[in-house]
Design a protein around this ligand. Structure first.
Ligand code: HEM
Length: 403
């Protein structure tokens, strides 16, 4: 049994060391745990995987826990849907967001990354602020077809949405603050959907506006919800993954020089980082009925948190789980989830991080972390500030970067 004082997961402010040892204890001693708010938590790989995979018992229909989101927004948000509605929405988004769409974006991702790397300050820069944060929001803006003149507005909406996450004091406050931040973006995206009807070539917004569900077009509001979901699901997650990769390189001397010499190993380093430091560290479900799991019972209609971070460090699944090892094969990590809600943006996330890491190696002969990173608190797993020292490949000038 966990003791009273250990009854919460320590925040990630120290980079995750305390949280990881707390999670290890929970996996071993209390694999099913109800917190003081009545939410249930599972920690072992098999249990986390079961929660993600069994949508009949663990529903994603969390809409009624989100005051302020109207019914249309909830019903069009595929991450909050169960079958059959989920399958319809997912098919529709998958049709618009194809592997070909991602492949076609690769040259643009490289160009945006080069521009960002070219314009980092010479002496002091925060890798998150100058590269890892702007890259994915710019890519998603392009993917959706946001016009260049609206990019600053779009980014300010993303900032507002993300800014709400860690200031709220309760889950209900957080949901309300999120709904407020979401409102402005939703109105903008709805207007864009209306404007682009009949022009399927104008980015993903146009493609979604032209798509049909059971012979019916999506409403402007539904298009806006799906477009907004792609922004919220695919922005900070990539920012964090990029930062987490640099942390993995810092902590594992030798890996960077190996990757610089063998670029074909870069995807394995990205994958191992998704296991070792998954940005999205847990998923949330609600039980549809009483469920037996992890040696205990969860009553019906209870919120369940499944810790992907814990599952990815479970020695029942991964030998020496606390060792960062890019030679693991296969890496069946849960960083992108599992089951019907498996991350739709995985190929884009992999493309962006692989391109960014390769270009970082090309551009800079040396990249070293300087000073202590500043981490997100509880909602996300990864750094929000990451100071780097770099030496450009071309001119050998040492640039020391600070926060
Ligand atoms: C490193 C980057 C990313 C990580 C770690 C990540 C992680 C995840 C995880 C764990 C889930 C499953 C959530 C659940 O089961 O409740 C998920 C779902 C999803 N992700 Fe990602 N994601 C990333 C990037 C992206 C990108 C770039 C996009 C799109 C632009 C995206 C779009 C989505 C969508 C739409 C879903 C919901 C799918 C569904 O419900 O069927 N993600 N992601």
């Amino acid at each position: 049994m966990a003791t009273e004082e250990s009854l919460h997961m320590p925040p990630f402010v120290d980079g995750g060391a305390e949280a990881l040892s707390w999670l290890r204890r929970m996996r071993d001693d209390q694999p099913l745990w109800a917190d003081a708010r009545g939410m249930y938590h599972v920690f072992r790989y098999d249990d986390v995987q079961a929660v993600m995979s069994d949508h009949a018992r663990f529903s994603s229909n969390l809409g009624h826990f989100m005051p302020g989101f109207d019914a249309e927004q909830v019903s069009a948000n595929l991450s909050l849907q169960d079958p059959p509605g989920h399958r319809q929405l997912r098919t529709l988004v998958s049709q618009a967001f194809t592997p070909r769409t991602v492949a076609a974006l690769r040259p643009r991702i490289a160009k945006i990354t080069r521009e960002l790397l070219d314009s980092v300050p010479d002496h002091t820069f925060d890798f998150v602020e100058h590269v890892a944060y702007p890259l994915p929001v710019t890519v998603i803006a392009e993917l959706l077809g946001i016009s260049p003149g609206d990019r600053a507005f779009f980014r300010s909406c993303a900032d507002a949405l993300l800014g709400t996450q860690e200031t709220a004091t309760s889950a209900a406050d957080q949901a309300r603050a999120l709904a407020e931040a979401n409102k402005e973006l939703h109105e903008y995206l709805s207007a864009e959907a209306r404007r682009r009807r009949g022009d399927a070539s104008s980015g993903l917004i146009g493609a979604l506006a032209a798509a049909e569900l059971d012979g019916q077009r999506l409403t402007d509001g539904q298009v806006a919800t799906l477009s907004g979901l792609l922004l919220t699901a695919g922005h900070l997650t990539i920012t964090l993954l990029l930062g987490n990769i640099l942390l993995s390189l810092r902590d594992n001397p030798g890996v960077e020089s190996r990757l610089r010499g063998d670029r074909l190993a870069v995807p394995a380093a990205v994958e191992e980082t998704l296991r070792f430091r998954p940005p999205f560290h847990r998923v949330v479900r609600v039980t549809t009925r009483e469920v037996e799991i992890a040696g205990g019972v969860i009553p019906a209609r209870r919120v369940v948190m499944a810790s992907t971070l814990s599952a990815n460090h479970d020695d029942r699944q991964f030998p020496e789980p606390d060792r960062f090892d890019i030679d693991r094969h296969p890496i069946r990590h849960l960083g992108f989830g599992r089951g019907i809600h498996f991350c739709l943006g995985g190929p884009l996330a992999r493309a962006e991080t692989e391109i960014a890491l390769n270009l970082l190696f090309d551009e800079f002969a040396e990249v070293a972390l300087a000073g202590e990173p500043v981490f997100h608190d509880t909602e996300f797993y990864g750094p929000k500030q990451l100071t780097v020292s770099v030496r450009r490949s071309a001119d050998n000038t040492l640039c020391t970067a600070k926060k």
